[in-house]
Design a protein around this ligand. Sequence first.
Ligand code: PFF
Length: 457
Amino acid sequence: MAKHSDDVRDGFTSKFGIICAAAGSAIGLGNIWRFPYVVGDSGGGAFLLIYLGFIVLLGIPVMLSEFIIGRRGQRNAFGSFKRLAPGKPWYLVGVMGIVAAFMILAFYSTIAGWTLHYVIQSFANTFAGKTSTEITRIFEDFHTQAFLPLLWQIIFLAMTAWIIFSGVKKGIEKYTKVLMPFLVLLLIIMAIRSVTLEGSYEGVLFLFKPDFSAVDSGVLLAALGQAFFSLSIGMGALITYGSYIGKQNNLGNIAVEVSLADTLIAILAGVAIFPAVFAFGLDPAEGPGLIFTVLPNIFHQMPGGYFFSIIFFVLLAIAALTSSISILEVVVAYLTEELNLTRHKATFMAVIAAAFVGIFCTLSFGTLKNITISELGIFGLLDFTASNLLLPLGGLLIVVFVGWYMKKKDVKEEVSNRGTLKVRFFDVLRFILKFIAPVAIAIVLFDSLGIIDRLTG
Ligand code: PFF
């Protein structure tokens, strides 16, 4: 029998379960794969500082706003806007989120597929005794071919669909609470190994010593996109999850705790990666392949590296899964609640559509690499459009909705659980939602697109 989506909504009744689900969504490839390579592309330390600023000033308020909309609307992203703003076009924010979810799922599954391949390579001990140049070549050969990366991508999407079908709650709650602390422990061990490698100090400086001379509007946009991507905000994933949060839970606390956990893991990943990048003479700006060329080198240099490598890539794949289900859930919750499809049919349709677009992303590293628009291939184009444009634009509209459209009283009721919680920060929050966040997001977004230049002549 098809599961009704209310089964899922019932699921997150314990506070710990909600934190696990939201953190499971936030913590994923964005922290461990995307964060290091974007830091590397964007020049290091200065980017990190800007990123942290964006998390605190924009990320946490947007996340809280999504929870507010979801819990008050008690629906998917699209339906929550329809309920809270009947007859108004705000539901278009939900539509934009669904488009972004497709795009993200398409390219996310490419990288998650690479991760699965690296699980098997770790088992097979493929990298044993190889030089760092050879490790890079193995990655090059793998990710530019067609068959294997596609196969792994499809397997990953099938796993995502399978979890979504069989109900989100048990899976996420059960696994994330054991496995994520394990991932953190492993990252700490890898970070220690990385900073104790000979020649690693330059990498520590790269990550932590800010050099603002390289900061331009592109770097600001990259930091904004990365913050939104990593926190899973701007497309309604956390509106959807917010609708599953019980009335007694403290939304502000959850937003702060999840953001903190997410950020710490990203920084840990940075500390594991960059010292090693410099120690092995690799290029920090090498792009999406960064962790796949750096990490096998680190495992090499660790006692028990064979096992660490297997465990690490397995955990990374699981972290990717707990994120990808939250992306797919955006689409599935919409299809079941608004179009009355069964959960099975909705999942099937959504995943087939994502796979169709995803195939082009995966092939864009090899067979289709000559298809480019302003120097971006299909993969880069989807990532840029979804992460750097649609998520910030969605986030902008979300804070404007909560800051300007919703009644102050209603917002306060959600944040304070009908007055049962003391919210000392409410006025600050409101000021951020009304003025600081919308203006800051708008400036970064429109400046990097050259719109501000054009307007000011
Ligand atoms: N936050 C996830 C990660 O860091 O891997 C990716 C993601 C999940 C982005 C859900 C957006 C989203 F709605």
